[in-house]
Design a protein around this ligand. Structure first.
Ligand SMILES: [Zn+2]
Length: 82
């Protein structure tokens, strides 16, 4: 049985454990009016292709899955146009 308290990737969007890509953010690409400006590492989900801050998808500092999902939805998740 897998222990999900450690740094295993888990997508807060679709729940997939497949990580497709890991990006180190480049300072020159930072958009200043977005909260994502402070994120240093991004994981791309292999299933839904969302780009997720690594501290959320890997739950650094003991973040729970519920906390990670909430932070993702409230802060980082791109707003969809209707
Ligand atoms: Zn996903």
């Amino acid at each position: 049985m897998k222990d999900k308290t450690a740094n295993a990737f888990l997508c807060p969007e679709c729940g997939s454990e497949d990580v497709k890509d890991v990006l180190q953010s480049c300072v020159s690409t930072v958009v200043s009016d977005e909260p994502s400006g402070g994120v240093l590492q991004w994981d791309t989900c292999g299933q839904c292709h969302m780009r997720i801050p690594a501290h959320i998808s890997e739950r650094w500092d003991g973040l729970t899955i519920d906390q990670a999902k909430r932070e993702w939805q409230e802060v980082y998740r791109p707003k969809r146009k209707r």
